[in-house]
Design a protein around this ligand. Structure first.
Ligand code: GLU
Length: 469
């Protein structure tokens, strides 16, 4: 039997969850789901200056919104300090790590001299156990603890996205694993965690490729085979530049507020650097059924707003009207609309989903069902002319008694036009202007059915008073 898959998402809570981070989380989650594995959430909060509770909460909220449920965690690195110290003590005892008393100024001077000679700056190993014998630690210098990196040979791994990657050990310094105050460093904690959490697949951003050989050496020194690594390329902004605040809404939660559906967001993120044949629109479940690391493209992918909007509309079309209405409801409320005073949100959502790309746009477009409209005077003047007065007046009288269904309304609109030698739009457009304050609505008969007889009459009478004279 093969080992059960265990993946993790290990964000540093120093800011919101941006699209690149969300995509990494998505891939790690989907890989665990695909193989009935376990998805672990680990909060890497050891950078005490930059880590905040608010950022942790934003990450948790974003993951909850996207539906990226974790099976274990969240584990917080700050709560695992005793464990890291235990491993460091053990490494010191076994000669895998050592105390280095080189003062910072001396290290800086060494580096400068190396660079002046055109060499790569690196620690010279002077406090390695074999070199330190007989040396007395200088007074007043709190040591760092360094990992004794192998001297020669190479570290290589078959990255599941990038292929084979190899680093010569001569390129790697003896990594500092604990600072002078005893706090463990990032690359070390990651390895201890990945070992303790029995992570089988590390799926993370490719900004970590340079850390990987150092981490692999620590894994091996501790007697563990490293996990499989898959380094996912960066997500670029629309302009091909690294995604940043300049690109506008980059926190995942902003897409929630902007009226995107989480399933559309998952679909969109999934397609950033991953493909399954020609499939463009798919559910989170389908993604989990299909996802594999080998299909991730090693090339950076680009963010594309038009594509996200298109996908969102496609996903809106795939929901039942009731469900779409349920999703729309908070957006109507945010618009300050009295939802109880108008038609069921599901019914209006069904009518409008072909016309808008987001729930925010939908809430704005359907506003007139729930709140009074004051059509622009110029619009009314343009639509209501002597030529259609009589026809409109007749129509509004018919509105008082005809059965309030699409068929009857449609017939009445057409009849009124025909009787007066007008084209249907000459009647339908002014009605749109009167009841909705805009000419751009779905089929007017469907709109009127939802708006109801009472509100329709009220609006055409009040605002179209000149029509009846
Ligand atoms: N905490 C790291 C980050 O936020 C991720 C580390 C990892 O996945 O190994 O970039």
């Amino acid at each position: 039997m093969s080992t059960p898959i265990r993946t993790r998402f290990a964000p540093s809570p120093t800011g919101f969850l941006h699209l690149g981070g969300a995509r990494t989380a998505l891939f790690a989650w989907a890989y665990a789901r695909r193989f009935q594995g376990t998805f672990v959430l680990r909060i890497e909060d050891t950078d005490r200056e930059r880590s905040t509770q608010a950022a942790t909460q934003a990450i948790l909220d974003s993951m909850a919104w996207l539906g990226l449920s974790y099976d274990e965690g969240p584990f917080y690195q700050m709560q695992r300090m005793a464990r890291y110290r235990e491993v460091i003590d053990d490494m010191l005892a076994r000669g895998l790590a050592y105390r280095c008393y080189m003062p910072t100024e001396a290290l800086d001077a060494l580096r400068e001299a190396q660079m002046a000679r055109g060499e790569k700056p690196r620690y010279d190993g002077r406090w390695r156990p074999e070199n330190a014998a007989g040396k007395t630690p200088p007074a007043g210098v709190a040591p760092v603890i360094r990992f004794r990196n192998p001297d020669d040979g190479a570290v290589a791994w078959d990255d599941r996205v990038k292929g084979r990657i190899e680093f010569a050990n001569t390129e790697l310094d003896d990594l500092v694993i604990a600072r002078p105050d005893g706090t463990p460093t990032y690359n070390f904690c990651v390895v201890v965690d990945d070992i303790d959490m029995q992570i089988t697949h590390v799926i993370r951003g490719d900004d970590h490729v340079n850390n990987t050989p150092r981490q692999i050496n620590i894994f091996r020194a501790l007697g563990f085979e490293p996990p499989v690594f898959a380094h996912v390329p960066t997500v670029l902004g629309e302009d091909g530049q690294k995604l940043s605040k300049r690109h506008g809404a980059v926190s995942v939660t902003e897409y929630d507020a902007a009226g995107y559906l989480p399933e559309a967001m998952i679909n969109f993120l999934a397609r950033l650097g991953w493909a399954h044949g020609n499939d463009e629109v798919f559910s989170p479940q389908a993604f989990c059924d299909w996802f594999d690391l080998d299909a991730i493209s090693p090339a950076p992918s680009r963010f594309n707003t038009d594509k996200l909007r298109w996908l969102n509309q496609e996903h809106m079309k795939r929901l039942s009207p009731e469900e779409l209405g349920r999703r729309l409801l908070p957006f109507l409320e945010k618009e300050g609309l009295d939802v109880a005073a108008g038609p069921a949100p599901g019914a209006v959502a069904e009518l409008f989903r072909e016309r808008v790309a987001t729930l925010v746009e939908m809430a704005q477009a359907v506003r007139f069902f729930y709140a009074d409209v004051t059509p622009d005077a110029a619009l009314l003047a343009e639509q209501i002319q002597p030529a259609n007065h009589a026809a409109l007046a007749e129509l509004f009288t018919a509105f008082e008694t005809l059965p309030w269904d699409r068929e009857s309304l449609n017939a009445a609109l057409k009849d009124a036009a025909k009787r007066h030698g007008l084209k249907p739009p000459q009647i339908m457009m002014p009605v749109r202007a009167l009841v909705a304050g805009t000419l751009s609505t779905p089929a007017i008969d469907a709109v009127l059915v939802l708006l109801g007889r009472e509100k329709t009459l009220e609006r055409v009478r009040r605002q179209g008073s000149e029509v009846r004279d």
